[in-house]
Design a protein. Structure first.
Length: 85
């Protein structure tokens, strides 16, 4: 059972990380109407003022933390349900 559970948890965590990146980018674009100043968009990162870059870092970090916590709790509950008969 552990052999299947660990890769599944890793895959879910990776998908959650990708979802967090997309969600934070969508939040930024919806709020500002501009592309997010992140690592995948270095031109925007260099053009923007440091305040905007810092604001995006806070938004994306908070989004990632929440999604990570929810994902960990969900996978932990899933593992515990599998263990109980």
């Amino acid at each position: 059972m552990k052999l299947i559970t660990k890769p599944l948890i890793i895959a879910i965590s990776l998908l959650a990380g990708l979802a967090a990146a997309r969600i934070s980018g969508a939040i930024w674009k919806g709020a500002t109407g501009e592309q997010p100043p992140n690592v995948t968009n270095p031109d925007a990162q260099q053009r923007e003022k440091i305040g905007k870059v810092l604001a995006f870092a806070v938004i994306s970090g908070a989004t990632a933390s929440v999604i990570q916590a929810v994902t960990k709790r969900w996978t932990q509950n899933m593992v515990e349900k599998k263990r109980t008969p």
